[in-house]
Design a protein around this ligand. Structure first.
Ligand code: THU
Length: 147
């Protein structure tokens, strides 16, 4: 299996490789009795710390939390609220992009974010939050403009 070969979004390939390794490592912990679709995520924060997460499903389905939001929750709990990069690993080809809810949650903690999506085989694709969530709604839309 190859290593990431791109310096994408200002993140060097060694860091992408580290994020991928961390996302791969956490994926087996996914709690997925309903979908059997395990997802692993790793976020790099402004402090240089990496936080990981897996999806945690629930019998009500609606209470399921995605891997990306689990990782971001851990970052916030660790005192890190500025995201710099995200890696997400899923067993589909092409590798899956974060869901709409996760895109909105990512938007809470960055202006833009380089995202690497990975399949266990080593297939990768790159995108950004601004590409995945154009014209996003943010706190600025209602906090700054109130008079
Ligand atoms: N899932 C994630 O963890 N991240 C995504 O961005 C897409 C979906 C999870 C939620 C659920 O446990 C399973 O994948 C199937 O939707």
């Amino acid at each position: 299996m190859s290593e990431p070969t791109e310096d994408f979004g200002g993140i060097d390939r060694e860091m992408w490789a580290e994020l991928e390794a961390r996302a791969r490592h956490v994926r087996p912990n996914a709690y997925v009795p309903y979908s059997d679709f395990a997802v692993g995520a790793a976020v790099l924060t402004a402090s240089g710390e990496i936080y990981t997460g897996c999806n945690v499903e629930n019998a009500t389905f609606g209470a399921t939390v995605c891997a990306e939001r689990t990782a971001i929750g851990c970052a916030v709990a660790g005192g890190d609220t500025e995201l710099r990069a995200l890696c997400v690993i899923t067993e589909v080809s092409p590798p899956a992009a974060p869901c709409g809810i996760c895109r909105q949650v990512i938007a809470e903690f960055c202006d833009d974010l380089p995202i690497m999506m990975v399949h266990p085989s080593g297939e990768r694709r790159f995108s950004t939050l601004s590409e995945l969530l154009p014209l996003r709604f943010s706190g600025r839309d209602f906090i700054d403009d109130r008079s």
